[in-house]
Ligand binder design. Structure first.
Ligand SMILES: *[C@@H]1O[C@H](CO)[C@@H](O)[C@H](O)[C@H]1NC(C)=O
Ligand SMILES: *[C@@H]1O[C@H](CO)[C@@H](O)[C@H](O)[C@H]1NC(C)=O
Ligand SMILES: *[C@@H]1O[C@H](CO)[C@@H](O)[C@H](O)[C@H]1NC(C)=O
Length: 370
C-alpha cells in the first residue's frame, strides 16, 4: 500500500516536473550550431547587402520523450545582432532559447559599408522562405525540425529595432517579437527612407511586444530613441522587464577585450553578462510561450510555465534585479492576479547566484583577456 502511494506521489512529482516548464532552467534539448551560406537574391541585393550572408543556425536536438512546451517541430526565432556586433556574442541567450525546443537563425553582415535597415527588412521574407525550403529538404539539418509556420523575431539594440520592424511589416509571417534594449533612432541614425522608425510602425500597428530594457542609459541607448521610446509606442498587453543592473552592452558578450571597450562606451552596472542573459532569455521564453501557445490553446495549469515564471519574476523583484510591468490597466490587473496566485502556491525561491560584473571582469584579468 505504502509503496503504491509512494510510487503515485513520485509519478505525480515527475509529471509535474515534466509538465510545468521552468524557463529559468536549461530546457530538455541540446543545441548545436550549423553555419550555412545564404545567397541573397539579386533583386534584394540593395542597401549594402552582400552576395551571401553567413548564417548561424542553432538547432535543438530533443529527447524523444521530452515534453516540449512549444511543441514539435520547433518554432523558429530570428535573432538580429546589435550594430557591428556578431551573432556569436548572443550565444547565452540563443542557447537557452534553443534548449526549450527552438531553432534560432542569426546572421552576420559586413560592418562596412553598413547595411541599411530597409534592406534587411525587405530581405526577411526570402530568409523565411529559405527556412521553409530547408524544413522540406531531406538533406537539411532543419528537415522535420523547424516549423516554418511559426516564426518570431528578437534582437539587441539596432537588432531590436529590426526585429520590431520585421514583426510589424509582416504580421502574416511573424507571430511575436521580443526586443532586447532596442535602439530605434539616434543623433547618428536619424529617421529616413533607409532607416524607418520602428516606434512609429509599432504605434500604428497597435501590436504588443515583449522587451528587456537596460536600467542604465547613456550614449549607446539614448533615452529619446531607445527602449523607453519603443515602450511608449507598444500596444497594451506588452511586457517590459527593466534590468536595473544592466547597461546597453551588458546584453552582448564579445569576449574580455571587446566587453571592456563596450563598457567604457556604454556604461556598466552590477549585472554580469551571464546575469543579463539569464534574465533576458527567461522573459523572452515566457513571452513567446504566452503569444504562441497560451493565447492559442487552453493549457492546463499543471502544464503552464506561467506560475513558475510569475514566482521567478517576484523573486527577482525582491532581489532588485528586475522591474517587471505589463502595459495597460487590463493587462497589469491580469498579471497582478497571476502573480498573487503563484505566490500563494509556494514561497519565493531566492534566484540562483550568478557572477557579478566585477567577478566577470576579475575572471577576464586572470585569463589575461581572450
Ligand atoms: C516540399 O517538397 C516536396 C517534394 O520535393 C514538394 O512537392 C513540396 O511542394 C514542397 N513543399 C514546400 C512547402 O516547399
Ligand atoms: C525554477 O528554477 C529556479 C532556478 O533557476 C528555482 O530557483 C525555482 O525554484 C524554480 N521554480 C519552480 C516553481 O520550480
Ligand atoms: C490601453 O489601455 C489604456 C488603459 O490602461 C486605455 O486608456 C487605452 O485606450 C488602451 N489602448 C488601446 C489601444 O486599447
Amino acid at each position: 500500500m505504502r509503496r503504491a502511494a509512494l510510487i503515485m506521489a513520485l509519478a505525480c512529482l515527475l509529471a509535474r516536473a515534466a509538465g510545468a516548464p521552468n524557463f529559468s532552467l536549461p530546457g530538455p534539448c541540446s543545441a548545436s550550431p550549423w553555419k550555412p551560406q545564404f545567397t541573397v537574391p539579386d533583386d534584394l541585393r540593395t542597401g549594402g547587402l552582400p552576395r551571401t550572408l553567413s548564417l548561424l543556425v542553432t538547432t535543438p536536438s530533443c529527447p524523444a520523450d521530452a515534453s516540449l512546451p512549444f511543441g514539435s517541430p520547433a518554432p523558429v526565432l530570428f535573432f538580429f545582432n546589435g550594430f557591428m556586433n556578431k551573432a556569436s556574442w548572443y550565444q547565452r541567450i540563443v542557447q537557452q532559447i534553443a534548449s526549450w525546443g527552438w531553432v534560432v537563425v542569426q546572421y552576420d553582415t559586413p560592418s562596412l559599408p553598413p547595411v541599411t535597415i530597409a534592406a534587411e527588412v525587405q530581405l526577411f521574407p526570402a530568409l523565411a522562405e529559405w527556412v521553409a525550403a530547408q524544413a522540406n529538404d531531406t538533406a537539411s539539418p532543419l528537415y522535420g525540425v523547424a516549423d516554418p509556420q511559426r516564426l518570431a523575431t528578437s534582437g539587441h539594440s539596432r537588432g531590436g529595432k529590426l526585429a520590431s520592424l520585421v514583426f510589424t511589416t509582416y504580421p502574416e509571417l511573424v507571430s511575436a517579437t521580443y526586443l532586447v534594449d532596442p535602439v530605434d533612432l539616434s543623433r547618428f541614425s536619424p529617421e529616413s527612407a533607409d532607416n524607418p522608425s520602428a516606434a512609429r510602425a509599432l504605434r500604428e500597428s497597435g501590436q504588443a511586444i515583449g522587451m528587456a530594457a537596460a536600467g542604465i542609459t547613456g550614449s549607446c541607448n539614448p533615452v529619446d530613441g531607445s527602449s523607453a521610446f519603443m515602450w511608449a509606442a507598444a500596444g497594451n498587453g506588452s511586457w517590459r522587464g527593466l534590468e536595473p543592473g544592466a547597461a546597453h552592452a551588458t546584453f552582448a558578450d564579445g569576449g574580455c577585450v571587446v566587453n571592456a571597450g563596450a563598457d567604457l562606451l556604454c556604461g556598466r552596472g552590477k549585472d554580469s553578462r551571464a546575469q543579463a542573459a539569464a534574465l533576458t532569455s527567461t522573459q523572452a521564453l515566457a513571452w513567446f510561450w504566452q503569444q504562441l501557445v497560451g493565447e492559442q490553446q487552453t493549457v492546463p495549469p499543471s502544464e503552464s510555465p506561467m506560475p513558475a515564471f510569475a514566482r521567478w519574476v517576484a523573486a527577482q523583484q525582491v532581489a532588485g534585479t528586475l522591474e517587471f510591468e505589463v502595459k495597460g490597466e487590463e493587462g497589469a490587473a491580469l498579471w497582478t492576479a497571476e502573480a498573487a496566485r503563484a505566490a500563494k502556491e509556494g514561497g519565493l525561491e531566492a534566484p540562483p547566484a550568478l557572477p557579478t560584473a566585477a567577478e566577470e571582469e576579475a575572471a577576464c584579468a586572470v585569463a589575461g583577456g581572450r
